[in-house]
Design a protein around this ligand. Structure first.
Ligand SMILES: Nc1ncnc2c1ncn2[C@@H]1O[C@H](COP(=O)(O)OP(=O)(O)OP(=O)(O)O)[C@@H](O)[C@H]1O
Ligand SMILES: [Mg+2]
Length: 346
């Protein structure tokens, strides 16, 4: 360990549309929604993460809650910088220091990101205190986080279904051979449910209620039992009646939600089929043997893995902790940075 190392702290960041995760010294120290609350009069950020989320949908006119990332990339630079800064400031082991350590960061970014967007991520990290910034593609990080040996001459297909984007990538020899990214993912499922409740039940609900419905009775399949998956019980949803304006409750079945999500899931299926069709034959043979790996919070939707398996006739595996696969992989790369030089972006 050189003197420089002594003053340098390493952090791995998964800056997601829905959630930001940070690992420092092998521990997840930040796992919070990517949300910022701003006081409109002064433009000051008053809360980030969980605290800002609690204000979502419940704030008065003087406070606005926003998501600085949209479709996997930074949409509001100032808010994103503030958010990263606040999250880094909140890391307990960095707080009680006599000096401000130099930060070395590995940040993962969507594979379809443009040069301008890459620059924006770098700049935000530097403003937040990074002296050295490395970038890694999300599906690569997800694969490493699921302990897939990405540097072998062997094809692997990874699908990361996040909040804003679904990224489908074929990896081999430490690089991305083919990738396809679509802006349909977990957050679309949530808005599909909001729309469905309004349209079919005249019930106006907020984003958080819609997400709860998705987690509790969401399904990618209309018949879970036929696929040996436990069926969730009906779920009571409270909201506002569109016509009368009165608060009311409706009971919802998973079959109804499966119907509401069908079109979005079909778009994901189509993208997977296109990615498979683009895959070079040698690698396709590997994928036939090894199957498809799913990561990202969207992969946790009930029946989704089974539906992709039915569609592709391939084995489909969901990582052990899909919400954290990307940040774990990012951290693994950070700790073995020389070894993984080839997978980092130049
Ligand atoms: N149990 C669950 N069932 C279904 N969806 C879930 C579940 N848990 C979380 N999600 C969804 O996963 C999504 C967030 O996943 P994740 O944290 O991987 O996204 P992200 O990395 O922030 O986004 P992106 O990679 O697109 O920038 C949200 O849409 C959330 O509602
Ligand atoms: Mg992600």
């Amino acid at each position: 360990m050189g003197l420089f190392d002594f003053f340098t702290e390493d952090i791995a960041i998964d800056l997601g549309t829905a959630n930001t995760l940070i690992i420092h010294n092998g521990k997840v120290v930040v796992d919070e929604p990517s949300i910022v609350a701003t006081e409109l009069k002064t433009g000051k950020v008053i809360a980030v993460g969980n605290k800002a989320r609690q204000m979502q949908g419940k704030a008065h006119k003087g406070i606005e809650t926003t998501r600085p990332l949209k479709d996997g990339v930074i949409a509001d630079f100032a808010a994103a910088e503030q958010m990263i800064k606040e999250f880094i400031k909140s890391i307990p082991s960095l707080k009680n220091r006599f000096w401000t350590p130099a930060l070395r960061m590995v940040i993962c970014i969507p594979s379809g990101i443009t040069e301008v967007e890459k620059r924006a991520v770098r700049d935000s990290a530097e403003i937040a205190g990074a002296k050295e910034v490395h970038l890694i593609h999300e599906p690569m990080a997800a694969a490493i986080g699921m302990s897939i040996e990405v540097r072998e001459p062997k094809g692997n297909m990874i699908i990361d279904i996040g909040g804003g984007t679904t990224e489908i990538a074929v990896l081999s020899l430490g690089g991305i051979v083919k990738d396809k990214s679509i802006k349909v993912a977990g957050d679309n499922f949530t808005s599909d449910i909001e729309y469905f409740m309004r349209k079919n039940h005249n019930l106006v609900i907020g984003e958080r209620s819609a997400e709860k419905i998705k987690i509790n009775v969401g399904s990618a399949l209309k018949d879970l039992r036929a696929n040996d998956i436990e069926e969730p019980e009906n779920w009571d949803v409270q909201g506002r009646d569109q016509a009368s304006g009165k608060p009311k409750a409706v009971s919802i079945s998973y079959q109804e939600i499966a119907g509401a999500l069908d079109a979005s899931i079909r778009q994901i299926e189509d993208a997977i089929m296109q990615a498979l069709a683009m895959t070079p034959p040698e690698l396709a043979a590997d994928i036939y043997k090894n199957g498809i790996y799913l990561a990202g919070g969207g992969a946790m939707l009930r029946g989704l893995a089974a539906r992709i398996k039915n569609k592709t006739d391939l084995p489909v595996y969901v990582g052990e902790d899909p919400l954290r696969a990307v940040v774990r992989g990012t951290d693994h790369v950070l700790r073995n940075i020389e070894e993984y030089d080839a997978v980092l972006m130049k």
